[in-house]
Design a protein around this ligand. Structure first.
Ligand code: SF4
Length: 472
């Protein structure tokens, strides 16, 4: 099925103007990485010892005055949403967040003490879990800890993931006081039956109230997260969810495909037992509905699951060729070294990735010993760095101009990666990419399959189930 009804022969683009070719998506959508990093986090290993880690931070610092991005993982949630794929700690014991802050302070001291204070922090992000599990005064304390350890740039992009069910006006005020200026609302679906089926009751009035609070307190950007592929969802019901959230007029949308991985997240097994999950075909229909409605409402398809208003800086950066990709998805500030804090958080510097211990006790134990709480990591080779640049430019620009990419990787792209370029024959024949002597370009109907194109340049990719979620 092609939406809208438009088709062409092999080698010809089959649709334009934001259309989707569901037959092509069916043909090529296979499990693959999301390329928030390259190599993907599945390649991280535990041989990344403390000494080399110290070297990695020292190397990053020696590179001079480059910007810094800070991520804080705040893992607590009062109840579990059964679809959740995040690293969470479910508890009703609110003292847990105060105890967590004590350990976060130790971690901030360990990292801040190793970094040049003159380096500017251009991005801060609170993720979770539920960041507003912390009481307003705990958020204020975290804000002070950050400002006492680091130097924030005046235009710092300061984002917070917000659960409308766990937020008071005082939380919003506290977040604004510490500098937060961007809110990302977890909505997922506004249909009550779906909400009950996933154990997340969230009347839409809560979403409306939180959006107005964020606007009134001066948040400059609002994102809404949705998920398709949840139990009891239908294309018709999801269309109604899209209508509800478009009426909130957010600046951005993230529309994620539900990743069913019960072997990693046992709480998801309940969906298999109840048999309420939509089929892959129904899921594709929902994706088509979301894509059609959001683009019709004037949002630009940034790539993968992100949509933004044309005047949003993500859309502007995409047009200018300066869009970046990092662990939070698409970004305009990913040229910074990323330092993650809290259990399971990921850090990324020019040569290395590292991930903290994924359990609270292991993370806490390392900090009690005065050690960096790293569980695993990866040091990039020169070859990895070239492929990272190629894949990230492809994911952000939807094209690889040979002269530009050769300059960026310091090698002749066409001759070095001739085998990979030749491997695109089938994608070109189906109208997903076009190739010329100067460039490879992903077509409009190829955009939902960006990851599939990127996978052709990934030397670490191993096909097979249970490694990655489906690409669409
Ligand atoms: S509130 Fe968010 S992080 Fe917590 S269980 Fe639900 S989806 Fe997961």
């Amino acid at each position: 099925m092609i939406l809208p009804s438009e088709s062409a022969g092999p080698g010809q683009p089959r649709a334009s103007g934001g259309a989707l070719d569901l037959d092509l998506i069916r043909k090529y959508s296979i499990p693959g990485p999301r390329y928030t990093s390259y190599p993907p986090a599945t390649q991280f290993n535990t041989e990344f010892d403390v000494l080399r880690l110290e070297e990695a931070i020292a190397d990053d610092n020696r590179e001079g005055s480059g910007p810094i991005s800070l991520y804080f993982h705040l893992p607590f949630c009062e109840t579990r949403c059964w679809f959740c794929g995040c690293n969470t700690v479910i508890t009703a014991r609110h003292e847990a967040s105060g105890e967590y802050l004590v350990d976060l302070e130790k971690e901030i001291a360990l990292i801040a003490g190793r970094l040049d204070r003159n380096r500017r922090v251009t991005q801060v992000h609170f993720g979770g879990g539920t960041p507003t599990f912390l009481a307003p005064d705990e958020l204020r304390r975290l804000g002070e800890m950050i400002r006492s350890g680091f130097t924030l740039a005046p235009d710092c992009e300061y984002g917070v993931e917000v659960d409308p069910r766990r937020l008071s006006r005082d939380h919003v005020k506290a977040l604004r006081e510490i500098g937060a200026n961007r809110g990302s609302l977890g909505v997922q679906d506004t249909n009550g039956k779906v909400q009950l089926a996933v154990h997340r009751w969230q009347p839409h009035e809560l979403n409306e109230r939180v959006v107005s609070w964020l606007r009134e307190e001066g948040f400059v950007s609002i994102n809404v997260d949705l998920i398709y592929g949840l139990p009891l969802q239908t294309a018709e019901g999801f269309a109604s969810t899209i209508d509800d959230v478009v009426a909130l007029a957010p600046d951005r949308f993230s529309v994620f495909s539900y990743a069913h991985v019960p072997w990693i997240k046992p709480a998801q097994k309940i969906f298999d037992d109840r048999g309420q999950l939509p089929t892959p075909e129904q899921k594709l229909d929902m994706f088509a509905v979301a894509h059609g409605k959001l683009t019709a409402a004037g949002y630009t398809d940034i790539g993968l699951d992100h949509f933004a208003r044309p005047n949003d800086e993500l859309a502007i950066a995409q047009r200018a060729g300066t869009l970046q990709r990092n662990f939070q998805g698409y970004s305009t500030r990913a040229d910074a070294s990323l330092y993650g804090f809290g259990m399971s958080s990921i850090s990324s510097t020019a040569d290395t990735y590292r991930q903290n211990h994924k359990t609270l006790p292991a993370w806490r134990d390392a900090l009690a010993k005065g050690q960096l709480p790293t569980e695993r990591g990866y040091r990039l080779t020169d070859e990895d760095k070239c492929r990272r640049t190629i894949i990230m430019r492809l994911m952000c620009d939807r094209k690889l101009e040979y002269a530009n990419i050769s300059r960026l990787i310091g090698r002749d792209f066409a001759s070095t990666y001739g085998r990979e370029i030749a491997s695109l024959d089938d994608l070109e024949a189906d109208g997903i990419v076009t190739r010329s002597p100067e460039k490879i370009e992903v077509t409009r109907i190829g955009v939902p399959l960006l990851r599939v194109v990127a996978m052709r340049f990934d030397s670490t990719y191993v096909a097979g189930p249970r490694r990655h979620a489906q690409t669409v």
